[in-house]
Each structure stands twice: as C-alpha cells, then as structure tokens.
Ligand binder design. Structure first.
Ligand code: K1U
Ligand code: ZN
Length: 170
C-alpha cells in the first residue's frame, strides 16, 4: 500500500524518531509499504517519519524506481562518519517539494543496523550511498536537508512554499 508523505513545513517531520522495540508483522508491513511508496514517488530512499511513523526505520534502493534491483531495510541504524573528508552533491527530498540544492556531507560512513529478521549487519558506504544514508538518518533526527543550506536559501524556500500553499488553499 502506498503511504501518504508528510511535506514541509509539517511539524511532524521535526520529531525525533523512537527505536523499533520489536520487529513485528506491523513493522514488516510498514517496511514493505515504505518501499512501495519510495518507488511510487520515484525516490532512492525513504525514512519512516516521512510517512508519519516516528520510528527509526529507513529503506534505500539506489538503483531507483525504474530498475528496482532491491531495497535494503535498516532498522535502528547507527551512523558513523568515517573520516574528515567531505563531498558535495545535489540533493532532493520527497518531503521538500520543488527544491534541489548542493549539500556538503561526510564522504564515507559506516552504518550498523538490524534487518527485517532482526539480524545485525554493518555496511561501509561512499558516494551516493553515503549521501543517501546521511540524508535518511537525518530524517530520524528531525533534520531536513534544508537545514544544511544557508539561512538565505532556507528562508527563500520557506517563503515560496508558504505562498504556494496559501494559493492552493484559497
Ligand atoms: O528522503 C527522501 O526524501 C528521498 C530522497 C533521497 C535522496 C536523494 C538525493 C540525495 C540524497 C537523498 C530522494 O530519493 S529524492 C529523489 C531523487 O533525488 C532521485 C531519484 C531517482 C534517482 C536519483 C535521485
Ligand atoms: Zn528526504
């Protein structure tokens, strides 16, 4: 089932997510629905708070919505930035419509998480995967990629978005 996405400036995107206490059938269904939603919205990642579930759960499929080579599910991920090297790349966010902007992040990360069977796994990532993991992990902390932009860019976007929403609702 495709889930509804929360969109900026919804305050629920700012909550810090809680750990998944137990991997139940409900969590398995949520993960499946998140993957379906990620593909339907043409994303390469999705975090549970974006679909109004403030839980530490995220999904990633870097092959994108057309290939769908297989999504990885990360439950209760712990993220470590591996060194001081930074990389800058253009980001977008399914919860922040109509904005793409360059963001500087750690170039290499290590993630430790549980899979849907509750088995711990560790991955090291660079390039797009490292960026995507940091972007999705930020969602679990209530952080949006907007927060990494200059105050000017953030304010311009906030103004444009509020104007658009006002027009849509009038
Ligand atoms: O969290 C999200 O809103 C998903 C977001 C993830 C992301 C994209 C780019 C950089 C970092 C994190 C998206 O998937 S937005 C869509 C997108 O940028 C994209 C879609 C298909 C192929 C390549 C990029
Ligand atoms: Zn996002």
């Amino acid at each position: 089932m495709k889930l509804e996405l929360l969109k900026y400036p919804d305050a629920r995107l700012r909550r810090k997510s809680e750990p998944v206490a137990e991997i139940t059938e409900e969590i398995r269904t949520l993960a499946r629905d998140m993957v379906e939603t990620m593909y339907a919205e043409e994303g390469i990642g999705l975090a549970a708070p974006q679909v109004n579930r403030p839980l530490r759960l995220l999904v990633i499929d870097l092959s994108g919505p057309s290939l769908r080579e297989g999504a990885t599910v990360y439950i209760n991920p712990e993220l470590e930035i591996l060194d001081d090297e930074k990389t800058e790349s253009e980001e977008g966010c399914l919860s922040v419509p109509d904005l793409r902007a360059p963001v500087k992040r750690g170039a290499r990360v290590r993630v430790k998480a549980l899979n849907l069977e509750g088995i711990p796994f560790t991955e090291e990532a660079d390039e797009v995967k490292a960026i995507c993991l940091q972007h999705e992990y930020d969602h679990l902390e209530g952080i949006l990629f907007l927060d990494h932009l200059s105050r000017l860019k953030r304010n311009l976007y906030a103004h444009k978005r509020k104007k658009l929403l006002k027009e849509e609702n009038s």
